[in-house]
Design a binder for this molecule. Structure first.
Ligand SMILES: *[C@@H]1O[C@H](CO)[C@@H](O)[C@H](O)[C@H]1NC(C)=O
Ligand SMILES: *[C@@H]1O[C@H](CO)[C@@H](O)[C@H](O)[C@H]1NC(C)=O
Ligand SMILES: *[C@@H]1O[C@H](CO)[C@@H](O)[C@H](O)[C@H]1NC(C)=O
Ligand SMILES: *[C@@H]1O[C@H](CO)[C@@H](O)[C@H](O)[C@H]1NC(C)=O
Length: 635
């Protein structure tokens, strides 16, 4: 008997995995329940590239963490369960993507599954850190079904605020860090349906049910093949048309560029005489002081989190805007000067030009950093839409502003070297010169994108109501976050409603949701407010559709700024707006529903392939072209 016991112990010791020997603690079984993920995956799903696969893996893990939090009050499994949890997850993953080693492929360290944000492990610690009023805000926004876009957006916006304000510390590893905590918490406690609920999974963890029931699989497959063939044909036709179009455009651009180069040359020469080799002037503190009448209160034209903006007059009589940064130290000056040089080298008619800067230490106010830009006579777009100006902007001016802003942003993303993500596009940052030419301002927050396109930033910068959901939630920053904010600004411009406003039922409402609802109901033109010289309805409608497309909650659905410029300035049709993503293998009814509504989008998170070639006309996305035409005519 005792020999038997001894033998089985020995056997267990030999068979047990090496890690348990090398760790001081014995490995305990994983307390996470990965079974709940089974409903989200389908074994027939084609394998996507490993970066996206890792993203799914992370999102799935966060959902499982949320389930664990709900049951135990702990965000993460204990450290001694880390390796058994990875094994459990690996076993599940094998069912769906054979041969995909999670930890090796995604670069996760074993311990990271048990380490999260700022050493917060329990519900109580999280709640203590965040405080009651922020929690109430989250509950009031997330305590409802998150199945639809509108509630989902208000919930994710409030969660984004939470991470931006309270969870700014270090995350350990990249598994469930500070950006993921609010979603994990919200699905467990702020929402009544729990993490595995369809709406929560989709909204908070960006996971969709994918399993098709077996009977339907064949039909689904056939339909997909059919759709793919049709799509291929479209691509072919579209491709031919597109290359021809591209060629024409290229010629046009070339002509325009030649003209631009000339202008640029003239300007460069003029400025060179002021400051030698570079166009950037380093001002002395005395010059700045004199220009602003010693920073007189009446010269303040703006206040921001970073400091005040002053109006000033330089000794040569030119009027400038001066941005003064608070709380800086002399230590960062070299870096600051470098950034300013880079920013100053980015020049475009639709970007505010930097004239110079100043760094100095004074006895009275300590260390100073000041940026000097051209003064914009007509203030900001915000002033005109919501502020002090009495007259409503006319349509031709609004159109000009929209186009200018789009071109400025497109240049930041694609023309500038290195490319720049603005991060804080909003109506206050769109300035207007004396001809109402839009100038995108405030690169204070813009950081230069590193090599490779996407990266996760630890700290979210931006303004409520303008923040793209994926940026607010996960800190995932791409050019597409700017596109989202641009869409929001466009909707403000068209509707005169603020990004985040209070609706008739005195509920906070996002302008994107409001516009989206109207567009879906076929009342696209109701988005546009009354204004002088209102343009033709086809044009207004196009602007609304482009704005709604840009502010689509799903990143892949948004066009690039280059594409936006093309849609706005040529008669390139606006692609149909995907209602919501269809999983790779969808229910047949879904596909039928989508195809009848004219908006087929076989979604993977890969990109926006259907975009340029979409053949449907702008109106068709509602599936009732006639009735919407008659609405248009009826006006
Ligand atoms: C795990 O989750 C599944 C689905 O929600 C449930 O049926 C099962 O009982 C859970 N298992 C454990 C051990 O709690
Ligand atoms: C996680 O971090 C590691 C190293 O820090 C990196 O190699 C890996 O690519 C990251 N994984 C993901 C999915 O971001
Ligand atoms: C987390 O806890 C560890 C060990 O207690 C400590 O060394 C580390 O500094 C803590 N990190 C943070 C961000 O508080
Ligand atoms: C959510 O709302 C329901 C009723 O509207 C309420 O009974 C419930 O307590 C709320 N949940 C939370 C977490 O506040």
């Amino acid at each position: 008997m005792s020999i038997h016991l001894f033998l089985s112990l020995l056997l267990a010791l030999i068979l047990s995995p090496i890690p348990s020997l090398s760790q001081q603690n014995d490995t305990v079984p994983c307390p996470l329940n990965f079974t709940i993920l089974e409903q989200f995956a389908d074994s027939n799903r084609p394998q996507v590239d490993s970066k996206i696969e890792c993203q799914y893996i992370l999102q799935g893990l966060r959902l499982v963490d949320s389930n664990y939090l709900q049951l135990t009050g702990n965000f993460l499994p204990p450290l001694n369960a880390a390796s058994s949890c990875w094994s459990a997850y690996q076993t599940l993953a094998e069912k769906f993507v054979a041969g995909f080693d999670i930890r090796a492929s995604c670069g996760f360290q074993t311990s990271w599954i048990s380490q999260g944000c700022m050493n917060i492990t329990t519900k109580d610690q999280f709640e203590a850190l965040v405080g009651q009023s922020a929690l109430n805000d989250v509950v009031s926004n997330c305590n409802q079904s998150l199945e639809n876009n509108s509630p989902c957006a208000s919930c994710t916006t409030s969660l984004g605020g939470l991470s931006a304000t309270y969870l700014t510390g270090e995350s350990i590893g990249n598994v469930s860090g500070c950006t993921a905590y609010p979603s994990i918490y919200a699905a467990a406690f702020a929402n009544p349906y729990g993490p595995a609920d369809h709406g929560n999974a989709k909204c908070l963890f960006q996971l969709d049910f994918a399993a098709a029931s077996p009977g339907k699989k064949k039909r689904t497959l056939i339909l997909i093949v059919l759709v793919a063939c049709g799509f291929g044909l479209l691509v072919l036709i579209g491709g031919i048309w597109f290359s021809w179009h591209k060629y024409e455009e290229y010629m046009m651009k070339k002509r325009r560029k030649d003209a631009n180069d000339k202008i640029e040359l003239g300007l460069g020469n003029a400025l060179e005489s002021i400051s030698g080799s570079t166009t950037l002037v380093k001002f002395t503190f005395e010059e700045i002081s004199k220009a602003t009448k010693n920073f007189a209160r009446e010269n303040i034209i703006g206040r921001g989190g970073y400091g005040n903006v002053y109006k000033g007059t330089l000794s040569d009589g030119s009027e400038v805007a001066l941005k003064r940064f608070k709380n800086c130290s002399a230590a960062g000056d070299a870096n600051f000067a470098h950034e300013v040089e880079v920013i100053a080298s980015v020049r475009h008619v639709n970007l505010v030009a930097l004239r110079g800067y100043c760094t100095a230490t004074t006895h009275l106010v300590g260390h100073q950093r000041i940026i000097v830009c051209d003064l914009m006579k007509n203030g900001s777009l915000h002033d005109h839409l919501f502020g002090t100006f009495e007259n409503k902007l006319s349509w031709p001016i609004r159109q000009r502003i929209a186009l200018g802003t789009a071109r400025g942003l497109a240049y930041l993303h694609d023309g500038a070297q290195p490319s720049i993500i603005h991060r804080d596009i909003k109506a206050n940052n769109i300035l207007l010169d004396e001809d109402f030419e839009a100038k995108v301002a405030d690169f204070g927050l813009a950081k230069f994108t590193p090599e490779g396109m996407t990266h996760l930033s630890t700290r979210v910068a931006g303004t409520m109501g303008y923040l793209a959901p994926e940026y607010a939630l996960y800190g995932q920053l791409t050019e597409k976050s700017d596109v989202y904010s641009f869409g929001v600004v466009m909707l403000e411009l068209l509707s005169g409603k603020k990004a985040l406003h209070v609706n008739n039922e005195s509920q906070p409402s996002l302008v994107t949701d409001w516009a989206w609802t109207l567009v879906r109901e076929g009342k696209t033109l109701d988005v546009v407010e009354d204004m002088p010289e209102k343009g033709p309805s086809e044009v207004l409608e196009k602007y609304v559709l482009v704005s709604v497309l840009c502010s689509h909650p799903q990143l892949y659905a948004r066009p690039t700024m280059d594409q936006v410029v093309k849609m706005l300035e040529t008669d390139l049709v606006v692609p149909s707006i995907p209602e919501r993503p269809i999983p790779l293998v969808a229910e047949i009814d879904d596909i039928e529903r989508y195809s009848s509504s004219g908006s087929i989008q076989l979604s993977s998170t890969v990109g926006f392939q259907t975009y340029t070639f979409e053949s449907s006309l702008p109106r068709d996305h509602k599936g009732d072209g006639e009735s919407s035409t008659s609405t248009t005519d009826g006006r």
